[in-house]
Ligand binder design. Structure first.
Ligand SMILES: NC(=O)CCC(=O)C(=O)O
Length: 206
């Protein structure tokens, strides 16, 4: 069905997320289709959502699902896109790595809960250019936004504006345009991994 919709409308389609069974394990997986209807990517949610706020919400995604272990990007004629799912959005390092890999657009299908969602949902998206049920530009401005009900939202994304604003405010530099002090901050595993996976990373930022 999603493949047909992508082909009929000649679009790249990031198809939400569904449980995927593979090798006796279940994953929370997002499939992406190209304009020819071919599936070009599967992203398995990396960070599973386990939460216990007494009296409000208790949910242990890791009791049934296994985490994905890889980053997911795809190329389009317009820009490179990074994909995550829902709670993946809370991990700024993931967005930073996608940014260093050249992604100008991040798409994270999501369904936040009604305890933490109202408090954090929009703030998290405003940290970077992100599409979930809102579209947010690099200045943190919400370009288009859905409500809680089922709906369709539209937004024009000006990639030249994204490029221009990313030079002054980006995931890997401060608002003043200075690069991250990797000599101090690169001790973490995730940043070291980024250095290995992105050829330009070391020369640009260390
Ligand atoms: N299914 C999810 O990953 C929900 C994430 C969420 O609600 C949050 O607060 O984070």
């Amino acid at each position: 069905m999603l493949s047909e919709a992508a082909q009929e409308n000649q679009v790249y389609l990031v198809g939400g997320s569904i449980p995927e069974k593979d090798g006796g394990k279940l994953y929370n997986t997002c499939a992406v289709f190209g304009p020819d209807g071919e599936m070009i990517l599967k992203h398995r949610k990396i960070h599973l959502f386990d939460i216990n706020v007494p009296g409000k919400i208790c949910f242990q995604e890791s009791e049934t699902l296994s985490p994905g272990n890889s980053l997911s990007t795809f190329d389009t004629p317009f820009c490179k896109v990074g994909v995550g799912i829902c709670y993946d959005m809370r991990f700024a390092e993931l967005a930073q790595i996608y940014s260093r890999k050249g992604c100008q657009l991040l798409v994270y299908p999501g369904a936040f809960n009604m305890t933490t969602g109202p408090a954090h949902w929009e703030l998290l998206q405003r940290e970077g250019l992100l599409i979930t049920s809102s579209v947010v530009n690099p200045w943190g401005e919400v370009i288009s936004k859905a409500g809680a009900e089922e709906t369709v939202i539209y937004a024009d994304i000006d990639l030249q504006y994204v490029e221009a604003t990313s030079c002054s405010r980006s995931h890997h530099s401060s608002a003043a345009g200075r690069p991250l002090r990797c000599d101090v901050c690169a001790g973490g595993i995730r940043l070291s991994e980024a250095a290995q996976t992105s050829p330009g990373f070391k020369s640009r930022w260390i």
